[in-house]
Design a protein around this ligand. Structure first.
Ligand code: URA
Length: 424
């Protein structure tokens, strides 16, 4: 087998054979025989020429087989996870994991860190004093058995081929390819060992793939890959035109999630969380009403246990930013648009996100939306609060927000939060 021949096959628009895929992925994950430039060339050829469904299934399986697969059969509850394609203020996992665990499932959420304008669940959780993302597989199974929910960092031996390939795609502009995204996400979820999976595929300006048709195609591709690999999979397409809830930034989002777990919180966040929770409960074969479980306080109790199980103190105060400035409404009327991507970039520039994997993040930096689209505003009224540790960051964040706030005479056309549901 020869890497140049594999690249040529895909460059010329032909299907890769199962042998070619197994050889290439296996050797690339091991390191040495296949150079990064060869893997980058193949990723670019896939970007332009795509993959056939059975070819993609083989590719995904090879990524799973490049590392270890977790066996969760000992947890004694049905296992179900959720994956979001990422959004601004998307703190849904923080509420959903304890909520679905309180409904009777085991939720093994292995997450990554944020890169670019969307936040990472681990970064948010790490703003809780003492909490650690590291949990060895045996300890994870024990927490799943006793508490029911885990949010932790994926270990390096889980789909290692994806770990190498994703880092390479990030620097070669080959991230936004449907077969590459679908195989990357699904290989990690299949390796995680969950019985069932609900995908939250975001649509709108803050999403990876803003257009609904591309998001739908990604959802269909991932649902197909899950089902082919024995993971019952359903996807919801949900709106990401504006920030979900009122906050974006690590500690700010933890505080807002706890508000929801305590029975309050913004209506849009509660609606998306409950819609996903219902799908998870259903696909796990459980008979529970997530709205009733949330109202009962049982999800909040599971959250406290989850945080403690990983060394955190759920009662400890969260970091508060020492500097706060506002961005004000440019005119009176109704807030028409609060552009999601711009807010995400501003949050990142305030220090809540990272540009490179090894960069530290600020726990307290972020944005609070004092008004959301559809709310009446007066000229000069604060619309956004910018929170920062290092005030020299304000200017770059303000620049990202230029033109992000639009005030009009008419209220914006209401858009549904749940855009579509994809299942086989
Ligand atoms: N998230 C992933 O894990 N992989 C991708 O390719 C894109 C988003």
């Amino acid at each position: 087998m020869d890497a140049v021949e594999v690249i040529r096959t895909k460059r010329d628009g032909r299907r890769l054979s199962d042998e070619q895929i197994g050889w290439f992925i296996g050797r690339y994950a091991e390191g040495g025989e296949i150079a990064d430039e060869q893997a980058a060339a193949l990723a670019m050829a896939i970007f332009f020429n795509g993959m056939e469904p059975d070819e993609l299934a083989t590719w995904t399986r090879a990524m799973v087989d490049s590392g270890r697969t977790l066996d969760l059969s000992g947890v004694g509850r049905p296992t179900v996870d959720k994956h979001s394609t990422g959004g601004v203020g998307d703190k849904v996992s923080l509420v959903l994991v304890p909520l679905v665990a309180a409904c009777g499932a085991a939720v093994p959420q292995l997450s990554g860190r944020g890169l670019g304008h969307t936040g990472g669940t681990l970064d948010k959780m790490e703003s809780i004093p003492g909490w650690s993302a590291t949990l060895e597989p045996d300890a994870m199974i024990e927490v799943l058995r006793t508490v029911g929910g885990v949010i932790a960092g994926a270990t390096a031996d889980l789909a290692p081929a994806d770990r190498r390939l994703y880092a390479l795609r990030d620097v070669t502009s080959t991230v936004d390819s449907i077969p590459l995204i679908a195989s990357s996400i699904m290989s990690k979820k299949i390796a995680e060992g969950t019985d069932a999976l609900v995908l939250d595929v975001k649509v709108g300006s803050g999403a990876f793939l803003p257009e609904v048709d591309r998001a739908r195609e990604l959802a269909r591709t991932m649902v197909g890959l899950g089902e082919k690999n024995g993971v019952r999979t359903v996807a919801l397409l949900t709106a990401m035109h504006t920030v979900l809830g009122r906050t974006a930034g690590n500690a700010l989002e933890v505080a807002e999630s706890v508000e929801v777990l305590d029975g309050g919180g913004p209506a849009d966040l509660v609606e998306v969380t409950l819609a996903l929770a219902r799908e998870m409960v259903d696909v796990a074969g459980l008979d529970a009403d997530p709205a009733e479980v949330l109202a009962s306080g049982r999800a909040r109790a599971v959250w406290d246990d989850m945080v403690r199980a990983q060394g955190g103190d759920p009662t400890a105060p969260l970091q508060v930013a020492p500097h706060v400035e506002t961005v004000d409404a440019p005119a009176s009327g109704v807030l028409g648009r609060l552009d999601c991507r711009s807010v995400g970039i501003a949050v990142w520039r305030l220090g809540a996100g990272r540009a490179r994997k090894e960069d530290p993040v600020s726990a307290s930096a972020g944005i609070v939306c004092l008004a959301k689209p559809g709310d009446p505003v007066e000229a000069g009224q604060p619309v956004l609060e910018l929170h920062v540790e290092d005030p020299s960051r304000f200017a770059a964040a303000r620049e990202a927000l230029q033109g992000a706030i639009e005030v009009s005479d008419e209220p914006p056309t209401p858009m549904p939060l749940i855009v579509d549901r994809i299942a086989i």
